[in-house]
Ligand binder design. Structure first.
Ligand code: IMP
Length: 189
């Protein structure tokens, strides 16, 4: 029996494409789920994703439902914007983060993604982290959000310069999705 496509609850087309590329490597198909997710406020990304997934469990099609929440954590800013990344992106934006790090030598940061899946009444959460640094200025046109200023460790280019093919293999989201893929593929149909 063929596995059903997983249903990703997001309005972000970039996330759908990245997930399709990552999960495609496992033979798993991805569709965008046109459902609204509950957004609770918390310092913990897993709690945010878990609460949203719980509220949608059993309401979608007969397919695994995926809810993801991600954020950028900057060490010198004590983890800001972290769970508030969406708000920070819409308010101070990429330029605002760069201004906060003006003249700062320690530019270490990481992206984290929390991913919760609900399928056949079971809820499972996975997370993924990618370490890197904040660039001195925005570079590249690919991706979304803070991609133009994030340089993953082991690279000199930003996520926006590396493009979706590379990003979907090494990113925080890719790592969380890979853990999900192992879980999903271990389940009997
Ligand atoms: P969301 O709530 O998971 O959509 O993520 C919150 C914010 O974090 C987004 O609005 C983006 O600005 C940022 N973000 C999350 N994931 C990524 C990513 O993969 N690249 C760049 N920015 C991201």
């Amino acid at each position: 029996m063929e596995r059903p496509p997983v249903c990703l609850v997001t309005g972000n087309e970039h996330k759908v494409r990245e997930a399709a590329m990552t999960l495609g490597r496992y033979g798993i198909r991805v569709e965008r789920c046109p459902m609204r997710k509950l957004e609770v406020q918390s310092d913990d990304l897993v709690e945010i994703a878990r609460t949203a997934a719980e509220s949608l469990c059993g309401r979608g099609p007969d397919a695994p439902l995926l809810v993801e929440d991600a954020g950028l954590f900057v060490r010198r800013l004590r983890g800001f914007p972290g769970p508030y990344s969406d708000f920070a992106y819409r308010t101070i934006g990429v330029e605002g983060i760069l201004r906060l790090l003006d003249g700062v030598e320690d530019r270490a940061a990481y992206f984290m993604a929390a991913l919760c899946a609900c399928w056949r009444g079971e809820l499972a959460c996975f997370s993924g982290v990618v370490e890197g640094t904040i660039a001195l200025e925005p570079r590249g046109t690919g991706g979304f959000g803070f991609d133009p200023i994030f340089v993953p460790d082991g690279h000199t280019a930003t996520f926006a310069e590396l493009g979706e093919d590379v990003k979907s293999a090494i990113s925080h989201r890719a790592r969380a999705l890979a853990a999900f893929a192992e879980w999903f593929l271990s389940k009997e149909l």
